[in-house]
Design a protein around this ligand. Sequence first.
Ligand code: ATP
Length: 281
Amino acid sequence: MIEEIAYGKINLAMNILGRRPDGYHEVDTVYQSVDLHDTVCLEKSDTFSLTCSCGELPCDESNLAYRAYKALLPFSEDLQAVRIHIEKRIPVAAGLAGGSADCAAVLRGLNRLWRLALPDEALRRIGRSLGADVPFCISGGTMRAGGIGEILVPLKKLPPWDVLIVHPHVLVHTDEAYDLFTHSCTAHAVDMGEMVNSVAAQDFESICSAMGNMFESLIMPHVPAVGRCKDMLTRLGLMPLMTGSGPTVFALVPPEKDGEEMATALREAGRNVDVIVTALR
Ligand code: ATP
């Protein structure tokens, strides 16, 4: 049996540039992996099976892990069955790319299990057809992404600063969030150059100041929980931001402060939210 760790992501900055004729949206974003992860176990078996520790998630063709298996099958010499189990920790439909991370982990895992020797670039190409965040999730880290998320430029690795993640128990479906952008384009663009320079300088304060997400002001009127999560983090003196298409909100914890202590305060103050302490990776 082999194990692949499927790390979640946050978007330190996110601009939506427009809708393409194929329905996808062009983005300009800075992705950042976090330690929060699912674990994907894969082993050879006589029959295919997919199981997940999270009961709400269907383990059928709609699961991105299953779609990754189907996409890689043509690369194996004979039709090989596998048993896949996902130990789910990343909240679902939360803007943390949990599904894309699982998908990338299955691509990496089957590449190893079946000794396909496909380079990461090939896995990213296959992943692109499965989801916009999958190419990034193949190797993760800190990256600026263009196109639909597949044109990746690695940035300098950031220190493992603590991150507080506040997840309201609300689902936001990515395609519905993008529909809001189509109908209303009043959101302010983020200065991506400022973010890239701040990451290069590894400057905590300027990274926090440069953080922004065009989705945030579009989603907030429709999902009031986002504003409430932001308020909780702001009251601790942090600079919160919604990740991806939401509804999860995160804040970087200053290096001199203790993320666990802040999380305890948040858990005492907040009802109907999950508070997760993790770190940049
Ligand atoms: P992204 O940031 O990649 O757009 P997200 O973090 O907003 O995604 P996910 O948790 O990846 O959201 O889930 C997006 C959709 O994918 C959900 O509707 C979910 O049901 C579906 N999905 C399919 N497979 C998985 C999986 N293995 N884990 C989580 N969600 C999955």
